[in-house]
Design a protein around this ligand. Structure first.
Ligand SMILES: *Cc1c(COP(=O)(O)O)cnc(C)c1O
Length: 354
């Protein structure tokens, strides 16, 4: 910290992204990226003649992309917001809908960024404990009296709430914004997006980073009542109006024109997830019922950190979290079948050596 940093940030501990090491080539199963390339249509759309136009600003209103998203999801254009990754939208939501007198609550074990944003804005925040099986109890969020943020499926457990359970939370909190972060919804959970037509306090946040093979493009979107979308735009136009670059806008549109490609990729991921789960179970692992593109696994034969380090020494990267309630677990991104077979082989070797 320099002596110039504002006091209000002096205690801030920033989010730690998953490691992106360059010392050797790893099988990367640590940041929930898709193992599949973007659709061929995306690669065609982001071509050299488009690169030549990078001297020009992108369209700040993102009209073409928003139109396509509205069509795809059966909502009005006034119900769609897009930004530079869904982290950006979560950030804007904390900025827009939380305050000194309007705190925020989120699950105690969830996406680490929620707490960082709450700290960044100096909010009162409450971390709501999970059940012993690491699931979320919807009634813990009834009449919360503050903004609610829930990842569904939750991270890093992959456990999902049903749409009815989300609706229960919405009904019990008509005067507070409920942000449902559906970063992983396309791998088998049910989206609560249709509820945005019925509840003016619901924001559904989605990303291209996981199920649309575009983590490097940085694109996220939100769907909500027109009023909430207007508020998010107020924040956007007060910070960075050109928040999505020209190439990413094109990639985002082209992705939506090839929904079939991503549907097949995501089905494949769900299949490989179930295969890997059952193989790890055979090896004595305990697993959550993950509906995401990752597996959350622990073993009583080897500690989470040791398993993570042993895999790393064999060239396979997974994610281990320090939080003591989950420090016996590792989170393993679902890659290709070949990658998961390599993980299983490495696991067998590690358990034998142990
Ligand atoms: C990956 C992830 C995000 C961030 O996605 P970007 O669109 O890449 O910023 C948001 N929420 C959760 C729960 C995630 O896992």
């Amino acid at each position: 910290m320099s002596r110039f940093l504002s006091n209000r940030f002096s205690a801030l501990s920033p989010y730690t992204p998953g490691e992106q090491p360059t010392d050797m080539k790893y099988i990367k199963l640590n940041t929930n990226e898709s193992p599949f390339e973007p659709s061929p249509r995306v690669i065609e759309a982001v071509n050299s003649s488009e690169v030549k136009k990078l001297n020009l600003y992108p369209d700040p209103s993102c009209v073409a992309l928003i139109k396509k998203l509205a069509e795809t999801y059966g909502v009005g254009e006034e119900n769609v917001f897009v930004s530079n990754g869904s982290d950006d939208i979560l950030n804007f939501s904390f900025m827009a809908f939380c305050d000194k007198d309007k705190g925020v609550c989120f699950p105690e074990i969830s996406y680490g960024f929620y707490e960082v944003y709450a700290e960044l804005y100096g909010l009162d925040y409450k971390k709501v404990p999970l059940n012993d099986d690491l699931s979320i109890s919807p009634s813990d969020y009834y009449s919360a009296g503050n903004t609610i943020v829930i990842a569904n499926p939750n991270a890093p457990t992959g456990i999902a709430l049903s749409v009815d359970e989300i609706e229960g939370i919405l009904k019990a909190n008509p005067n507070d914004v409920v942000v449902i972060d559906e970063a992983y919804v396309d791998f088998g959970a049910e989206s609560c997006l249709p509820l945005t037509k019925k509840y003016d306090n619901l924001i559904v946040v989605m990303t291209y980073s996981k199920s649309r093979s575009l983590a490097g493009g940085r694109l996220g979107f939100a769907i909500a009542n027109e009023g909430l979308i207007r508020d998010l735009n107020t924040i956007k136009y007060s910070t960075n109006p050109y928040n999505i670059n020209r190439l990413t806008l094109l990639a985002g549109i082209a992705s939506l024109e090839d929904g079939e490609y991503y549907k097949n990729c995501n089905l494949d991921t769900a299949r490989v997830r179930e295969y890997t789960k059952s193989e790890l179970k055979k090896r004595g692992f305990t697993l959550t019922d993950s509906l995401a593109n990752f597996i959350f696994a622990s073993s009583d034969k080897i500690g989470g950190e040791e398993y993570y380090l042993s895999l790393k020494s064999k060239g396979i990267l997974v994610r281990h979290f320090g939080n003591e309630k989950i420090n016996n677990f590792v989170r393993i991104t679902v890659g290709t079948k070949e990658q998961m077979d390599a993980l299983l082989t490495a696991t067998d070797e590690i358990l034998k050596e142990f």
